[in-house]
Ligand binder design. Structure first.
Ligand code: SF4
Length: 432
């Protein structure tokens, strides 16, 4: 079976792609063109059946959000991870990544995949690193074997830190970073390279990697190993060096017919976000941009989902396409189910705020806000709850201090909306 980019280049659309175009409100031919140029990706393993809910990420389509879940070496509870996946989808996750590092990784992945109906991603180096007692003992084949294994299991997209090479590592050594490398996958690869004195196999044998991915039409998400982990480290040369390498790798992906998106930072102050996003878009010739946050401050421990949503909204306005959620547990602990819900909602608010100003999505997104405003004007509580991102919470708060009037308990009979609406209606009746 042909991969999606090749089909798109021939102008052929599989049936499932028609539904994607319809959902996005974009003409099918336009979508095919964007896919063929690599400006939109639709992660979908070739083994998926027709029921799978494919999602388009990139230019002119709605902003998507990803939710990371998974066990750690310290905390392994598969049922909780399954519950996180279910809750994340309930509140609007467009993709789920399993970042498990503790327990039986194959089994955990299988169980999570059973409940996931949206694109499913992994970071294969985590599993590769688990195949040996010490990560530095992996051989080059271990890097690829696990990619093939996960592709055969049906994984739709994989984060692969192929931008790590001796050039980027040398640049890192010269930088005066406070936190060095905070990417787990990046750190594993850098540690392995330094210990063995060898080039990153994902970079050195990138063509071989693409062969494996292409066979299953797995989308590559080019990982940002050098993403800044604090405001002090933002926008340094090591990060920009990696951007340039990733730009070159994107070109290779497009030549070989592998869908590619690019990951970005990290912790970035507000006034550097736009430059950062635009630089990445420029060097990758408009590849879909997948951002973790960015977090706009380092001091929001317990509230990092908010710091991240602020950064995501600004990044989205500058061109970011895919937002990786952050939970209140970020930097502190493995998230709980409730943390996942909070994180998804914060990211969803950012994504919708982006769509309200995004070319191709603006009109559709604004209709939803218009409906909400109409419900507010009519004091139509039922519809206000229905249109809210978290209907249960909105209703719970409203009921907690219910007003004796038809308005809410914030102003009661002094409800501004009601007073002016009634006054205007009286005036209009006079004119009529
Ligand atoms: S009572 Fe006040 S807060 Fe509540 S709907 Fe009316 S104007 Fe808004």
């Amino acid at each position: 079976m042909e991969c999606l980019i090749e089909m798109a280049r021939k102008g052929f659309a599989p049936d499932w792609l028609k539904e994607v175009a319809e959902f996005e409100g974009i003409e099918l031919n336009k979508l095919l063109k964007l896919i063929s140029r690599g400006e939109v990706v639709v992660p979908r393993n070739i083994l998926r059946n027709e029921d799978f809910k494919a999602k388009a990420i990139g230019k002119l389509v709605s902003t998507k959000i990803n939710v990371n879940i998974g066990t750690s070496m310290d905390y392994i509870n598969v049922n909780e991870e399954i519950e996180k996946a279910i809750v994340a989808q309930k509140y609007g996750a467009d993709a789920i990544m399993d970042l498990s590092t503790g327990g039986n990784l194959t089994l955990i992945r299988k169980k999570i995949m059973e409940v996931v109906e949206v694109p499913f991603g992994t970071v294969p180096i985590y599993e590769a690193a688990r195949s040996c007692k010490r990560v530095v003992d992996m051989d080059e084949d271990d890097f690829f074997k696990v990619v093939e294994k996960q592709a055969k299991e049906g994984v739709d997209f994989m984060t692969i830190h192929a931008g790590v090479n001796w050039i980027t590592v040398e640049r890192l050594k010269k930088s005066k970073r406070l936190l060095g490398v905070v990417s787990r996958g990046g750190a594993i690869i850098i540690g392995w390279m330094m210990h063995n004195g060898l080039e990153n196999p994902y970079y050195k044998d990138f063509d071989y990697l693409l062969e494996i991915l292409k066979e299953y039409d797995v989308t590559i998400s080019l990982g940002d190993a050098f993403r800044p982990g604090c405001i002090h480290d933002a926008s340094d040369r090591a990060k920009y060096m990696e951007f340039i390498v990733l730009g070159e790798l994107v070109e290779k992906c497009r030549q070989e017919g592998v869908q590619a998106m690019v990951e970005g930072p990290g912790h970035v102050p507000l006034d550097e976000i736009e430059t950062s996003v635009k630089a990445m878009k420029y060097v990758t010739k408009n590849a879909p941009l997948y951002l973790l946050g960015p977090l706009v401050t380092d001091i929001a421990a317990g509230y990092d989902h908010i710091a991240s949503a602020i950064g995501a909204a600004i990044a989205g306005m500058a061109g970011a396409d895919f937002i990786c959620y952050v939970t209140p547990s970020e930097h502190l602990a493995l998230p709980t189910v409730e943390d996942v819900k909070e994180g998804v909602i914060a990211a969803k608010i950012a994504a919708h705020a982006i769509d309200l100003v995004k070319k191709g999505q603006k009109d559709k997104a604004r209709k939803v806000d218009f409906e909400m405003s109409l419900a507010r004007k009519n004091l139509d509580w039922k519809n206000q709850f229905k249109l809210s991102i978290d209907p249960e919470k909105a209703e719970r708060i409203w009921k907690k201090r219910r007003s004796t009037s038809e308005a809410c308990s914030m102003c009661g009979d002094l409800c501004a909306i009601k007073i002016v609406k009634e006054a205007l209606e009286r005036e209009w009746k006079k004119i009529a």
